[in-house]
Structure formats: structure tokens, C-alpha cells
Ligand binder design. Structure first.
Ligand code: DMJ
Length: 451
């Protein structure tokens, strides 16, 4: 009788023991890693301060700086500011804040890429305003938004690639879904905060015009002309040039309750899962197909694509999210750090550089947040250790020319502090943000639903 009861109780006791153990493991990883990540963020910021203060980016090998245009737009401080606030780095946040508010101006005769300036600068200024409350951040965002608006003056309403911040002259009619469809979170938030619908309307129209040009299979291609509305390269995938178009369909629904975005997301993800997803011996991936026929044209997956498990779990698709993250982890551990592009049918690297990209860590963050499975904390530890081992320099962090030779490259893009370090930190402190109220833009700037 007694032994029978014990036999019945044993699985329950075991379950408690295992979950107790997991909890302990989780606490150890969290308390150990969060402060270390913060220290590494500080190390990189110190490098920027010492060698690149007032410029766009640090050059971590030559200890110099790089500006994107003839005048700096303070990319790194604007991108890094909200990470400092989330990490509780008050002194550094104050330094960055002063620099931005005293020096940043958009009144320059320079031609900028609308997409990059929107996700990094407009997104950064909007989240700075929401987190810090200083109206000057909002004024900068409004000024920038006004200067960017001419991009939408094309015959189709889809934006040109470039705009001159002083003259409003636009150029670059051949662009891609990511650069057309990754604007609504920022322009939409600007509309909500200013009660001026012009920004939301323009960015939403661009998104819908793009969606309306999907193929009969429901897929989009890689390049499109905004004057004619004609597709160029018909290759369909979830990689760079398309990636965040899908991300914003879903997130715009979350942030604005926009039902049309929900429908566009649901139609699109169904087509992507039907045609682009690919199960091969090496695992579950998303490759390349022709947007019109669905015929497979390539089996490539890379560091940019690794945002997709995060998006899938956010949207409730746990099975595909977990399988894809397992493949991403395989891609990372193949050479100790992930390459820009991999042929997953042969597991051969086709582009060997690593640009300090965040996507795989972003996915680990979303997967851990939604599943609480400690294996994602362990994955994060692997990512963090590789970064420290291969990319750390005495002045900051450096991209790699090759994940095979581990030869470093003289570049630390601003997204390293905006995204890579932020998602790493949030992975171990997920209580810092409430995803019911906050939506991250594609540069990891948290936008709050205050409306
Ligand atoms: C960032 O600027 C954004 O995450 C963008 O969506 C893709 N490229 C970089 C990071 O890899």
C-alpha cells in the first residue's frame, strides 16, 4: 500500500525536484550574467567616449571614429541611450542625454537613408522621450519626421530610399520591402504623440501598397520600383531586404491595434510558412523561393534571418519558433560564432563576416520570455561568451571579417549597443519590460502604448 502510494507520488516529487533545480539554475545564470553584460556594455561605451565622442560610431581597432555623413548625427549615443536607461546606468545616460540635446541637429544639407535614420534615430528619439520625458527629444523627433516625410511623395506612395534633410530632394526609386515596410511603428508613434495623423497615414499607405503587390501566392520579392510599382528581383525569403517588413506587420497590430495589419500579417505568415519554410537533414530553416511560382531557388540562411524565431514565438507559433532557434544555435556553434550567411544544405559558410548582429539573441530573449525554458538562458550564455572571446578589443567590441579565421574588422555598428547588448541584458532581466505595454522597434527601441 505504502509502496504503491510512493510509486504514484514519485513522478510528482521528481517534477518538483526538477522544476526547483531549473529555478535555481535560472537564478544562478541570471544573477551571474546580468552584471557582467552591463560591464561589457560600459566597456564599449567607454571606448566610444574615449575615441569617438560626438561622432556616429567607434572604430574599435584603429581607435578612431566613423561618420555616416559629412556631419555626425550621433548614431551611437541616440541608439544606446535607452539601453542605458533600461540598465539603470544613470551617469552614462546623463552624459549621452546632454550630448544629444546640446548637439543634435537635422538642419543639414545631407542625403540620408530613410530606413536607417527612421529605425535608429527616429525610433531612438521617440523612446528617449517616452522614457525620459524631456520634451526636447520629442521636438527633435518631430523635426526629423517632417524632414523625412518627402520620401513618400512617389507615384505609388511607397517611399524613395534617400532624402536630403535640408532640401527634401528624394532619390533611389529601386528599393525593397524592408525599407518600405519598416516605418509604421516610428511614424505611427509620432502621430500618436503629436496627434498629427500625417505620419501614420503616409507610412501605413506605403505598407498597404507593398502588401497589395504581393504575388498570387501571397509572397513578396527582394526589390521593387516605387515609381512604377514593378518588382525587380523576385526572390522571396525572410532575410535582409525583406525581414522587418514581416516584423512590422505583426508589431503594428500589437502597438496600434490596427486590424488591417493583423490581416496582412496572417495572410503573409501563412504564405511564408507554406513556401519559404524548409525542412532538410540539417534542420528546419527558411530559405529562398520565387515569389510567383514558389519554386525553391536557394537554401541560404544567415545572421539577419535569426530574428524569425523571436517573431514566431511572439505570434504564438511555439513549435516552429523552437525548431528554428535550434537551427540558429547550430549555425552559431558551427564555427563558434555565426556567419552572415550559410548554405544550410551543405552547412558551408557563404559569407563569413559577423557584424555584431543581435537577431539570434533577440530571439533567445523572446523565447525565454514566452516559454521560461532555461535552455534559452544557456544559449544566451554561449552567445555572450563567444562575443567576449572573439569580438572584444581593448577599446570596445569589433565585428569579424571571418568567423572562420576570427579576423577582426574595424567596426562597431550602433546597433551593438542598441540591440545586441540590450537583448542580452533583457534575457536575464525579462521583468524590466512588459510586452503587453511595450513594443520594440526593429532597432530594439521600446515604444510604449500610451494611447
Ligand atoms: C539593425 O539595424 C536592425 O535590427 C535591422 O532591422 C536589421 N539590421 C540591423 C541589425 O542587424
Amino acid at each position: 500500500m505504502k509502496s504503491n502510494r510512493l510509486r504514484l507520488l514519485l513522478p510528482v516529487l521528481l517534477m518538483y525536484a526538477v522544476s526547483g533545480c531549473q529555478k535555481q539554475q535560472t537564478q544562478v545564470v541570471t544573477s551571474e550574467l546580468a552584471p557582467q553584460i552591463k560591464n561589457e556594455f560600459l566597456h564599449a561605451w567607454q571606448g566610444y567616449k574615449t575615441h569617438a565622442w560626438g561622432h556616429d560610431e567607434l572604430k574599435p581597432l584603429s581607435k578612431g571614429h566613423r561618420d555616416w555623413h559629412s556631419v555626425p548625427l550621433l548614431m551611437t549615443p541616440v541608439d544606446a541611450f535607452d539601453t542605458m536607461l533600461l540598465m539603470g546606468l544613470k551617469t552614462e545616460a546623463e552624459e549621452a542625454r546632454e550630448l544629444i540635446l546640446n548637439q543634435l541637429s537635422f538642419d543639414h544639407d545631407i542625403t540620408v537613408k530613410n530606413f536607417e535614420i527612421t529605425i535608429r534615430m527616429l525610433g531612438g528619439l521617440l523612446s528617449a522621450y517616452q522614457l525620459d520625458g524631456d520634451e526636447r527629444f520629442l521636438r527633435l523627433a518631430i523635426d526629423l519626421g517632417q524632414r523625412l516625410l518627402p520620401v513618400f511623395n512617389s507615384p505609388t506612395g511607397m517611399p524613395y530610399t534617400f532624402v536630403n534633410l535640408k532640401t527634401g530632394a528624394v532619390s533611389g526609386a529601386v528599393t525593397n520591402p524592408a525599407e518600405i515596410g519598416t516605418l509604421l511603428l516610428e511614424f505611427g508613434t509620432l502621430s500618436k504623440l503629436t496627434e498629427n495623423p500625417a505620419y501614420y497615414t503616409a507610412a501605413k499607405k506605403a505598407l498597404v501598397e507593398l502588401y497589395n503587390r504581393r504575388s498570387p501566392l501571397g509572397l513578396v520579392g527582394t526589390t521593387i520600383n516605387v515609381d512604377t510599382g514593378q518588382w525587380g528581383d523576385p526572390s522571396s525569403h525572410i532575410s535582409g531586404m525583406i525581414d522587418s517588413y514581416y516584423e512590422y506587420l505583426f508589431k503594428a497590430w500589437k502597438l496600434f491595434d490596427d486590424a488591417e495589419c493583423k490581416t496582412m500579417w496572417e495572410t503573409s505568415i501563412a504564405a511564408v510558412n507554406q513556401y519559404v519554410a524548409d525542412e532538410v537533414d540539417s534542420g528546419f530553416w527558411y530559405g529562398r523561393v520565387d515569389m510567383n511560382t514558389g519554386a525553391r531557388t536557394g537554401r541560404y540562411f544567415g545572421s539577419l534571418d535569426a530574428f524569425f524565431p523571436g517573431l514566431l514565438i511572439y505570434a504564438g507559433d511555439r513549435p516552429r519558433a523552437e525548431k528554428l532557434q535550434a537551427s540558429c544555435h547550430k549555425m552559431w556553434t558551427l564555427h563558434g560564432i555565426e556567419p552572415e550567411m550559410l548554405d544550410y544544405s551543405s552547412m558551408k559558410v557563404t559569407a563569413a563576416n559577423y557584424e555584431l548582429r543581435p537577431e539570434i539573441i533577440e530571439s533567445a530573449f523572446y523565447l525565454y520570455t514566452f516559454t521560461k525554458d532555461p535552455k534559452y538562458l544557456e544559449m544566451g550564455r554561449t552567445f555572450f561568451e563567444s562575443l567576449r572571446q572573439y569580438c572584444r578589443t581593448d577599446a570596445g567590441y569589433a565585428a569579424l571579417n571571418s568567423v572562420i579565421s576570427k579576423e577582426k574588422k574595424d567596426s562597431m555598428e550602433s546597433f551593438f549597443l542598441a540591440e545586441t547588448m540590450k537583448y542580452l541584458y533583457l534575457l536575464y532581466t525579462p521583468e524590466t519590460v512588459d510586452l503587453q505595454k511595450v513594443v520594440f522597434n526593429t532597432e530594439a527601441h521600446p515604444l510604449q502604448r500610451t494611447w
